[in-house]
Design a protein around this ligand. Structure first.
Ligand code: FES
Length: 554
């Protein structure tokens, strides 16, 4: 009676308590997360579907992580969202959950939670914005910002023009419409089998986004009835599919961190090296910014992810089961491609196999580092140059316009103390703009090395996720300005040309920075966060506890 009576204050009739599945709709809606601001309306469509299928839908809020406003970085809170959602899924009397996400961290955060609870779950991402339109050309969120920022610094664009352009770029609901991290993770969720086919690409304002949401509401009731849980869908084979799809779409380097973290919750063995090895024979098929030309709206009209997955054919595990109750191969068997300039065929790819995310190793990154080759300049993929070292992005920004900065196009910029513990939260700061004096000379790229991340919408020859990070005592902390560094992407090598005995001497002099915070979440985070090469989850959140309250199934 207590349960029913209090719920009836919302005006429900007694039939909803007849034993039908109770479906939680976890929404990351917030006006502080503009990419997710329409999820309230998406939830209404999900509810329709749940009612239609005989379930009882209940919407509830989880942390909304907006990439653009949160300080110091939304990544600091991905694990907090995952932890909060996990506890809500388990503590409430739910039979299944629909995960409403959009902006970068909300998709992996909710998938991590669903993985650890292992209730039947389906994801509905909010969809990308419509293409930005500025002065007769398409402009991509994020990607255009980096370009305009450089143009503003170099005097090619006025501040007034920037104000006007930014409105043209963000003209509808939805997440970034480049193949940035949000589009990448929406695609990963679809490739993993956790959201319905075509879900990743419907624009946020497209009626089919809402139709798909309604369908997801129906499907979650089926998933509950058939007990098809995330651990049965997100298998090693599903992750291999997601990694290969990520290579084919030119997806964000952030996919490596997030997929490793999700796999860690499920106990699926997955390593950073899998991202290089599995992508080795996958060409880039999708011609989207930042690696290519088009935007997510074009991708949708060209056939979306099913067209890509059909094209990949035997490179995917076609028998992997998905939330539809059907296999990947069944889902995409008839998927058409309507535009071969947007989604290339395997025999005429945008970029050849092996040009996706590469995993580098060497004395500068013994546990690995990554580089997105398709966003890099080919002439810099083999490069040797002297280091110019900065202990924070702010220290670099303070001198970026200095005409006397001792840097040229051969310089290797080191931006460090930006890893999970260091900043903290591993912000997207690695693609720092080039020194103004080099921009003015027409230099458009140079090698940058960082233990932080790069926005999925960004481009440049940037070595990321260096592990271990400087704040954890990684070799990056020992680099000094003037040291020579060799980047050899074809050989997957990143080498600091300093003898071991000298590095040992420098290590003896090195002292770890103090914790970033004395208390609170940030202290908990920095005390327990793992390194990027394993997904930057908290050490005590690895694994699953199932959905029984007070029990630990692992
Ligand atoms: Fe939200 Fe890019 S800022 S997806």
């Amino acid at each position: 009676m207590t349960h029913r009576s209090w719920m009836r204050s919302q005006g429900f009739t007694t039939e909803v308590f007849d034993g039908r599945p109770v479906i939680g709709i976890a929404t990351t809606w917030s006006e502080l997360a503009p990419c997710n601001v329409h999820l309230h309306r998406v939830a209404e469509s999900v509810k329709r579907g749940v009612w239609q299928a005989g379930g009882f839908p209940l919407e509830f809020p989880t942390m909304a992580l907006g990439e653009t406003l949160l300080r110091p970085t939304a990544m600091l809170y991905r694990n907090l969202l995952a932890m909060e959602a996990e506890e809500l899924f388990r503590a409430n009397p739910l039979d299944g959950v629909v995960l409403l996400s959009g902006c970068d961290k909300t998709t992996p955060g909710l998938l991590m939670a669903a993985a650890s609870v292992d209730l039947p779950a389906i994801m509905v991402t909010g969809g990308p914005k419509l293409n930005g339109k500025y002065q007769g050309t398409d402009v991509g969120s994020g990607t255009a910002v980096w370009r305009w920022e450089e143009d503003l610094v170099a005097g090619r664009m006025t501040q007034e023009e920037c104000f006007f352009a930014e409105g043209c770029m963000s003209r509808s609901d939805g997440h970034c419409m480049t193949m940035g991290t949000a589009s990448t993770m929406a695609s990963a969720a679809e490739a993993l089998g956790m959201q319905l086919p075509y879900s990743a690409a419907w624009p946020a304002v497209d009626s089919r986004r809402y139709e798909t949401a309604q369908r997801a509401g129906q499907v979650i009731v089926d998933l509950v009835n058939s007990d098809l849980t995330p651990s049965k869908i997100m298998t090693r084979e599903a992750f291999e599919n997601a990694i290969r799809v990520n290579a084919a779409i030119g997806g964000s380097t952030n996919a490596a961190i997030h997929l490793l973290a999700i796999a860690g919750r499920l106990g699926v063995p997955l390593s950073l090296d899998d991202f290089d090895a599995l992508a080795a024979d996958v060409p880039t098929l999708v011609n989207l910014q930042p690696s290519g030309q088009y935007l997510m709206e074009d991708f949708c009209y060209a056939g979306g992810l099913p067209a890509v997955m059909r094209e990949l054919g035997g490179l995917l595990h076609g028998d992997a089961i998905t939330v539809t109750g059907r296999t990947v191969a069944e889902n995409v068997a008839e998927a058409p491609c309507w535009n071969r300039d947007v989604i290339h065929a395997m025999d005429a790819p945008l970029q050849p196999a092996g040009t996706g995310t590469a995993v580098l190793r060497g004395n500068l990154a013994p546990h690995g580092a990554v580089i997105k080759q398709s966003a890099a300049s080919p002439h810099l993929l083999k490069h040797r140059g002297p280091a110019l070292v900065f202990d924070s992005p702010e220290a670099y920004h303070a001198v970026v316009a200095d005409p006397d900065l001792d840097a040229d196009e051969n310089t290797v910029l080191i931006i460090r103390y930006c890893g999970p513990k260091g900043y903290p939260g591993m912000p997207e700061v690695a693609n720092v703009p080039l020194p103004k004096k080099l921009l003015n000379r027409g230099v458009r790229d140079m090698v940058r090395i960082c233990d932080g991340r790069m926005s999925g919408t960004a481009y440049g020859t940037v070595v990321l996720h260096v592990s271990p990070e400087a704040a954890a005592g990684g070799a990056l902390a020992l680099v000094r300005t003037g040291d020579w560094i060799t980047l050899d992407v074809p050989s997957r090598a990143l080498t600091l040309e300093v003898p071991d005995d000298e590095l040992a001497r420098r290590r003896a002099e090195w002292t770890a920075p103090p914790p970033a915070a004395a208390r609170g979440w940030t202290r908990l985070y920095t005390d327990h966060v793992l390194q990027a090469d394993t997904g930057a989850d908290l050490d005590f959140l690895i694994g699953a506890s199932g959905h029984e309250v007070g029990r630990d199934s692992h």
